[in-house]
Design a protein around this ligand. Structure first.
Ligand code: SF4
Length: 407
């Protein structure tokens, strides 16, 4: 594959904004399929070599749905820098629009929000000035400092080639029986592979339509980022994994975090002959996918029904986060990303950060006018000097395509 720009939506399943990220990525792909590819986070987390190669060898733009910033956490785990980040929560503030009320299918307002988000991604791709705001390729390619991941063993560097369960995690083996009155449903929630697209819809049908109040849907992206709500789902309730293809990313995700699913529903077994691994980039499920998702939901509901009210060998216990620290409020600062204006976060060069801070300091009120004037003069000199001393910021945007203008 020639170099493309990779779009990495958080593609979660819990929040509606997660579906906005997924749809925005599909919209961009529809405009320039030759130039972009979509990253599947569940497959990446399951050790898929192709997905890992995508982020190692191509510039990536992250699209996170909310301020929990799951994709940013996952990229930090893998030791990979994105060239830019967009956050849907910021787009919502800017455009004064919400995501709507349903996650099974986005309402018109959710679709409009995804249009705005897609526009922001296109702006990042088209912004000629953006390249000057990035650090040099050499700086960007440096490995992160040892303590950057909050991950002492550094298990998650890009070199990680296979999924690897830490069997020293506390309470790894189940030892007690458990009366099942609620289950967690974990779809593989993939993007682009048709099997993954189908599992997400099936999970919503099971959780919202058939076992409302007795089940919850778990998000692989949020789990990988250590979001407490999703951690609780895996720790407190037995999990039913729904796998969309033979890669079995949902089952791997549960096992990887130390609490394997108690039941596994496999789409290739439920609908033999369905081409689960075929790629589909339609923003909405096709008629055929909808029909398949209904069959998969029925099979999953059967698996849940079988578990409900029974005693199983399972116990609540802590999951293994492999050293990850969930710190959404700090992650942009920790990884060096800032919004230099326009709602697109980029990794700024040190000189640029200093200049922004100098400009902010000029604006800050100082009680003593004499001190204020002296500081202002110093800051202006500093800012001007930085501009002059920084003639040659190199670009990492050489690999980013410039989408053709719409006809
Ligand atoms: S919790 Fe994570 S996966 Fe869900 S919308 Fe927020 S950033 Fe996306």
């Amino acid at each position: 594959m020639g170099q493309k720009t990779i779009l990495a939506p958080c593609m979660g399943v819990g929040k509606i904004v997660a579906n906005v990220t997924r749809r925005a990525a599909y919209e961009i792909h529809a405009q320039c399929p030759e130039d972009v590819e979509l990253l599947s986070i569940p497959a990446l987390m399951a050790g898929d070599a192709h997905e890992r190669e995508l982020i190692q060898n191509n510039p990536t733009i992250i699209i996170d749905g909310c301020a929990l910033r799951c994709t940013a956490h996952i990229f930090r785990q893998f030791g990979v820098d994105a060239v830019a980040k967009i956050e849907v929560n910021q787009v919502m503030k800017e455009k004064k629009i919400g995501p709507g009320k349903t996650r099974k299918e986005l309402e018109a307002t959710g679709k409009r929000l995804s249009d705005f988000t897609a526009e922001k991604v296109l702006m990042a791709l088209n912004d000629e000035g953006l390249e000057a705001r990035f650090v040099s390729p050499e700086e960007l390619l440096l490995p992160p400092p040892d303590d950057l991941c909050g991950c002492p063993e550094q298990q998650f560097k890009v070199q990680r080639s296979t999924f690897n369960v830490d069997e020293t995690a506390p309470n790894f083996e189940p030892s007690l029986t458990h009366h099942v009155n609620s289950v967690t449903v974990l779809p593989c929630q993939g993007i682009k592979r048709t099997g993954g697209r189908v599992t997400q819809r099936a999970a919503y049908e099971v959780v919202e339509d058939r076992f409302l109040g007795k089940s919850q849907v778990l998000c692989i992206s949020a789990l990988a980022a250590g979001c407490q709500e999703d951690v609780d789902m895996l720790e407190k309730f037995p999990t039913v994994a729904i796998n969309g293809c033979a890669k079995r990313c949902a089952s791997i995700a549960a096992e990887y975090h130390g609490i394997p699913a108690v039941a596994h529903v496999e789409l290739p077994d439920v609908v033999p002959g369905f081409d689960c691994e075929a790629h589909c980039y339609e923003p909405d499920l096709t008629e055929n996918e909808l029909a398949i998702s209904t069959q998969l939901a029925a099979a999953t509901a059967l698996a849940v029904e079988k578990l409900m009210g029974t005693e199983i060998e399972w116990s609540q216990r802590k999951i293994n986060l492999h050293g990850l620290i969930h710190e959404p409020a700090k992650i942009n600062a920790l990884t060096g990303y800032r919004d230099a204006g326009g709602g697109i976060l980029v990794k700024l060069a040190k000189e640029q950060i200093a200049r922004m801070e100098a400009e902010a300091a000029i604006k800050a009120p100082v009680a003593d006018t004499k001190i204020w004037n002296e500081q202002k003069a110093q800051h202006e000199v500093a800012a001007a000097t930085m501009v002059c001393e920084n003639p040659g910021l190199k670009t990492v945007m050489t690999g980013l395509f410039r989408p053709k203008k719409k006809e």
